[in-house]
Ligand binder design. Structure first.
Ligand code: PMT
Length: 222
C-alpha cells in the first residue's frame, strides 16, 4: 500500500456505532467498534491525506488525525455536514442507528409494580449518507452496507438510492467479517465498474484496497 498517494486530499470518515439516549442512564446502540473506520483514517493519513474522523467509537485517537467525537445520529449528521463542503473523499463507515427514542426522558425512568411492561416509541433518524448524496458536488462519496443476506441486491440498491459513488458491502453474518472483528470480507460496488470481491483479510488491508480504488478514480478525473 506504499504506492497509495492521497497527498493534499481532504478525507472525511465516520466510524463507530451511534448511541441514542432513552434517559440519562440508558441508550440504544449497535455492535460497531469503529475499527473499520479507524483503519481507513490511518491508511489515508499514511498516504498523505488530511483526515477528519467523526467518531462515535471509544477507540483511542489515532495520531495525525483530527477526531470529532459524537454520540447520536443527529450529532453525526451535524458534524459530517460541517466538514462536507471542503472534503474530497467522504466515507460513511459508521453504523448509524436507523431509529431513536421518540423523546428522551429528562430523568431516570423508574420501574413500578404496576408497570410490568413498557413500550418504547421510536422514530427514524436522518439518513446521513442519503443526505450527503443528495447534496454532493465534487466529493467522492462512499458508504458501507452491513447485510446478512442478498448482499449484492441490497448494496446495488443503496448505491442508487443514496446517490453514492461506492458501496462497500460486508456480510456481517460471516464470523470473519463485520462488527468488532479485526478482519473483513467485502465486495466493492461502484457506479462504473463490475463489483470487486475482496476475500478475508485485515481491516487495514481492506482499507488500503478501498482507498486505492478511490485514489484511482480521482486520478482519472483530473
Ligand atoms: O466498526 P467495526 O466494528 O469495525 O465494524 C465495521 C462495520 C460493520 C460497522 C462497517 O464495516 C459497516 O458496515 N458500516 C456500516 C454499517 C451500517 O449502518 O450499514 P447500513 O447498511 O445500515 O447503512 C448503509 C450506509 O448508510 C452506511 O454507510 C451507513 O453509515 C449509512 N447510514 C445508515 C443509516 C443512517 N441513518 N445514516 C447513514 O448515513
Amino acid at each position: 500500500d506504499s504506492s497509495l498517494a492521497l497527498t493534499g486530499r481532504k478525507v472525511l470518515i465516520s466510524a463507530g456505532g451511534t448511541k441514542e439516549r432513552i434517559d440519562p442512564v440508558r441508550y440504544i446502540t449497535n455492535d460497531s467498534s469503529g475499527k473499520m473506520g479507524y483503519q481507513l483514517a490511518e491508511v489515508a493519513r499514511d498516504a498523505g491525506a488530511e483526515v477528519t474522523l467523526v467518531s462515535a467509537s471509544g477507540l483511542p485517537n489515532p495520531f495525525g488525525v483530527s477526531v470529532v467525537a459524537v454520540e447520536s445520529a443527529e450529532d453525526m449528521f451535524v458534524e459530517m455536514n460541517k466538514h462536507y463542503q471542503e472534503s474530497d473523499i467522504v466515507i460513511m463507515a459508521a453504523a448509524v442507528s436507523d431509529y431513536k427514542p421518540d423523546h428522551q426522558e429528562k430523568q431516570k425512568m423508574k420501574k413500578t409494580s404496576s408497570n410490568q411492561e413498557m413500550t418504547l416509541k421510536m422514530k427514524q433518524t436522518k439518513d446521513i449518507l442519503a443526505y450527503l448524496g443528495k447534496h454532493k458536488q465534487h466529493q467522492y462519496l462512499a458508504g458501507f452496507a452491513a447485510e446478512t443476506h442478498d448482499v449484492a441486491r441490497y448494496a446495488e440498491s443503496k448505491l442508487q438510492k443514496k446517490k453514492a459513488d461506492m458501496i462497500i458491502a460486508n456480510d456481517v453474518s460471516n464470523p470473519q467479517a463485520g462488527f468488532n472483528k479485526d478482519t473483513n470480507e467485502v465486495t466493492i460496488f461502484t457506479t462504473d465498474k463490475d463489483p470487486i470481491s475482496v476475500s478475508v483479510r485485515s481491516k487495514k488491508e481492506v482499507a488500503a484496497l478501498i482507498l486505492d480504488e478511490i485514489a484511482g478514480k480521482l486520478r482519472k478525473q483530473r
